[in-house]
Design a binder for this molecule. Sequence first.
Ligand code: KG4
Ligand code: ZN
Length: 364
Amino acid sequence: MNLLAIETSCDETAAAVIAETGDPRKPWRLESNIVASQAAIHREWGGVVPELASRQHLRDICGVVEQALDTAGVTLDGLGAVAVTQGPGLVGSLLVGVSFAKSIAWSRGIPLVPVHHLAGHIESLTLQHGEMPLPAAVLVVSGGHTSLYLVREPGRYELIARTRDDAAGEAYDKVAKLLGLGYPGGPVIDRLAKDGNDRAYAFPMPRMTHADRNQPKATAPQGLLPPKIERSVDFSFSGLKTAVLREVRGPGQMEARPLTPKQIADLCASFQRVVVESLLDRTFEAARWLGARSVGIAGGVSANSRLRMDALSRGTALALPVFIPSLALSTDNAAMIAAAGLRAYRAGTTAGWDLNADAALKLG
Ligand code: KG4
Ligand code: ZN
């Protein structure tokens, strides 16, 4: 069976076709994967402008879907189902994909499958590498989310930890903006950090402590992690962003001071070291307590060269297999939505014609 998937949750209009292989260890084969990025449009504004995003999705969606079908060599009549990102994301953007997918499914009389965007990121790992040894601890790290999931059986995602404030990708984007490096910030900081000294600035390592005055409830379901661990595995990046801001302005100043290229590279490297260490410390700590047999890292920030390298070397040191998607499957795409969609469809999930976009859809 061929499945078409559509993804329009943020600033990429994407469509992909996958087919089933019949091999339970590597269940899906990617037939096409088309992405029209709007980054050039939003760069001018320093971040994603929701209204511009939905309008651009409208312009791009027909061409992107046509190209996905052409590349895969299938027609609408050759599809067995249509999957679409239902949420979370920008509601106007999501609506374009949801309406388009619904129209195709209705007109061809084929099933419509709703997909959670983060389930898509998680299944990018299976699409790329085949089924991971379970249980797996999977970190989804993107512009909107920093969430750690436990996957005990295929298609079941339990939320173990999440960010208490900014997502890691958001911290990259905000720090890049502070340094005048443009949008999106992750790829630029990643590149500049290569020439910087990652110990030049001693930014604080984010910690969730028990001394919090408004101590929040733990994210993980009770009993999965020991009480002393369950709160400390949550993530936090807003303090780090503020520390970079203070450094950029200098003591007591309100305006950014001029920085040399060397200072910028050092700031990027020092910031990135703290982000990567804090992500990996928590992920591997949780993986150990959860008895995980593998670790996965997915989402836009998993494209980061240092995160990839450090994750793989920690995995090697612990003899724990680490899975990361290819660069094309790390940032937003529809291939991952197709994978999660086909998994959900085979488990019996379909939507009615009243399916609506849900900007705050929850997973796990
Ligand atoms: O998954 P994604 O494409 O979209 C969301 O679902 O949010 O992630 C986008 C995020 C952006 O914040 C971007 O700056 C970050 O991923 N990103 C990176 C890198 N490439 C993209 N962050 C760090 N290093 C990179 N190489
Ligand atoms: Zn994403």
